[in-house]
Design a protein around this ligand. Structure first.
Ligand code: G1P
Length: 297
């Protein structure tokens, strides 16, 4: 019987400098997207795909993350006393979502280093990695499809998105071969943030990975790459080169809705896109937005 993956690793140690001063005393993962912190969307996505154990790789200044996924007894007691069951449900929801664990990254040596910090917790099993800057629309399927492909091929799997060639320098970019499945490609090479004009394709790695535990052994030997950081992309490139020893790397090409909350303009777009689709906000926002857009010329 195939092994069932239960563990998700969420790197959350970044300083969030693009959002200063908002992130001076608050982790960027706690910035609200409509009315939920960005990180909660990501944990919900992992849980919806059947993962029950979440390890966050955090750093200094990240206590709010632990608090958000823990009980707040004072708040709960107040809401209970008021009989506000609806808000109480919202407050308790994030607490009961998953079995949460935390490890600190220590030195900020890169995404590959952050993932390596999960080695003890994950052990010798395949596991998922979800990056907090990407939100995948809960109406579209990505992670569960990746888990399916991992199980069928006994290999590592990354999520790929076709991006405009002008954007390739911001992502890990993959060179691929077709497979017998329309949405699955075999990855033959990967490069982290190639300079403009030098990307081998326009298939960008977005922040979802399902990895074989061999990645830890490779990461331990991966030298700092782009930006002087230990890059996960470089370790995956090594794995793609020796499929006999590592199972190789496949890509699931995602064609659904993805929101980037990593920089300010994209973050604002994500909020607007998600809010207009909400039952409780859309009706008020849609006509207002149309009017507002009319005033822009
Ligand atoms: C990281 C990865 C990169 C990937 C991206 C997806 O970069 O290193 O390969 O394409 O996430 O969001 P970051 O955006 O953290 O610099």
């Amino acid at each position: 019987m195939a092994f069932t993956i239960t563990k998700a690793v969420i790197p959350a140690a970044g300083l969030g400098t693009r959002f200063l001063p908002a992130t001076k005393a608050m982790p960027k993962e706690m910035l609200p997207v409509v009315d939920k912190p960005a990180i909660q969307y990501v944990v919900e996505e992992a849980v919806n795909a059947g993962l029950t154990d979440v390890l966050m790789v955090t750093g200094r200044n990240k206590n709010a993350l632990e608090n958000h996924f823990d009980h707040n007894n004072e708040l709960e007691a107040t809401l209970k006393a008021k009989g506000d069951t609806e808000r109480l449900k919202k407050v308790n929801y994030s607490t009961e979502l998953a079995d949460m664990h935390y490890v600190r990254q220590g030195n900020p040596l890169g995404l590959g280093h952050a993932v390596l910090r999960a080695k003890m917790h994950v052990g010798n099993e395949p596991f998922a990695v979800l990056l907090g800057d990407d939100i995948i629309d809960s109406r579209d399927v990505l992670l569960s499809r990746m888990l399916e492909v991992q199980a069928a091929r006994d290999a590592s799997v990354v999520a790929l998105l076709e991006v405009d060639p002008s954007q390739t320098h911001m992502y890990g970019i993959a060179t691929v071969e077709e497979t017998d499945e329309d949405d699955v490609v075999r990855i033959t090479g990967m490069v982290e943030k190639p300079p403009p004009g030098e990307a081998p394709s326009n298939l960008a790695i977005i922040g979802r990975y399902v990895l074989m535990p061999e990645v830890f052994r490779i990461l331990e030997r991966t030298e700092p790459g782009r930006g002087g950081e230990i890059q996960l992309t470089d370790a995956l490139q090594t794995m793609a080169q020796v499929p006999e020893a590592t199972g190789g790397v496949y890509g699931v090409v995602f064609r659904g809705r993805r929101y980037d909350t990593g920089d300010r303009a994209d973050y604002i777009k994500a909020i607007v896109q998600l809010a207009v689709d909400r039952d409780d906000l859309g009706e008020e926002l849609r006509p207002w937005l149309k009017d507002f857009v009319g005033t822009l010329d």
